[in-house]
Design a protein around this ligand. Structure first.
Ligand code: BTN
Length: 323
């Protein structure tokens, strides 16, 4: 019911709505209206109250509350359920737990703060509480183990397209799924799976986007190659709008992937890719390799020409470009 009160205020944003009108529209008592308004104020909504005029919403907080994300989202699958948590170790871990309990596809787990954010190759992912976005989406595509990297490439394209929609800045994708602005990383993607021999039961797609954090929020050792949307665009952005844009793009591209296959995604991915035809070092859990990037094959593997002229294909790893 509190969400309905909020919806009524939002419809009339900046204009007065009388307590009586809210009571009539929602068939609730004045006391209940007053209680819900109080709870919304506690959540950070700026609502003005005047005895004769009623209530008017002045400002919504930039907190990733489900009711804020849902407003105008219109996705088919992404956000079928949204869980918002204050603090977690890792949203991926929470989402994996929910998957084991049979949560539905499209469930999104968002946290304001992540204590033990996980990055690729066993690294840590840093995010500033209340400033950045960390979330995980539970997916259940019918794919084999070898096809899982496709999900992370799809997600990278979704973030790149979303950034084009919300802020006017040039984004690039570094294989397989790092998102960069001016050669600095502002978004990372970690895909984890629950699987049986060669059948994927579920995929947890974890995305971290540095939105409003600035250099003093980042550990010294990553400052040189890290950035945020705010640092690059020069102004604070609405986290709600950024997340909505990413969920919309994910929703769209996930359908394209299911209907048309990976080729359609890879075509888009290539248009954003900045790691083509340049010298690079590829770090994997097995070792480090240097060579020249020849491109990406049809399954999304990185092709590196080694010093002896041979070509080596990588399905995972971290690329440092030698520009
Ligand atoms: C990378 O190393 O580039 C991947 C970073 C992925 C970070 C996100 S934040 C949300 C989700 N939860 C995690 O613990 N990690 C992912």
């Amino acid at each position: 019911m509190r969400d309905k009160v909020l919806h009524t205020l939002k419809k009339n944003k900046g204009r007065w709505v009388s307590g009586e009108d809210i009571c009539k529209q929602l068939a609730i008592s004045r006391t209940m209206v007053w209680k819900h308004i109080g709870s919304l104020k506690e959540q950070g909504y700026q609502i003005e109250t005047q005895r004769r005029l009623g209530y008017r919403l002045l400002k919504s907080p930039d907190i990733l509350y489900p009711q804020e994300i849902y407003a105008g989202l219109n996705t088919k699958l992404m956000g079928s359920k949204i869980i918002h948590l204050e603090r977690v170790d890792s949203t991926n871990e929470v989402a994996k737990g929910l998957a084991r309990q049979g949560a539905e596809e499209g469930t999104v787990v968002i946290a304001e703060e992540q204590n033990c954010g996980k990055g690729r190759l066993g690294r840590h992912w840093y995010s500033a509480a209340g400033k950045d976005i960390v979330f995980s989406v539970l997916l259940k595509p019918k794919i084999s183990l070898s096809e899982t990297p496709q999900v992370s490439m799809l997600a990278a394209v979704a973030v790149a397209r979303a950034m084009e929609a919300v802020c006017d800045t040039k984004v690039g994708i570094k294989w397989p799924n790092d998102l960069l602005i001016n050669n600095k990383k502002f978004c990372g993607i970690l895909v984890e799976i629950g699987a049986e021999i060669d059948c994927v039961r579920h995929v947890v797609l974890g995305i971290g986007i540095n939105v409003n954090s600035l250099a003093d929020n980042w550990p010294r050792e990553i400052r040189g190659h890290t950035s945020s949307l705010r640092a690059e665009v020069g102004e604070k952005l609405s986290r709600v709008k950024v997340l909505q844009a990413v969920l919309k793009e994910l929703d769209h591209l996930y359908s394209v992937w299911k209907e048309e296959g990976f080729a359609a995604i890879l075509k888009l991915w290539r248009t954003w890719c900045i790691s083509q035809h340049c010298n690079a070092r590829v770090e994997t859990l097995q070792g480090s390799y240097t060579g020249r990037i020849e491109g990406v094959n049809n399954t999304g593997e990185l092709l590196l020409r080694m010093s002896d002229g041979s070509i080596r294909a990588f399905s995972s790893g971290d690329v440092s470009l030698r520009l």
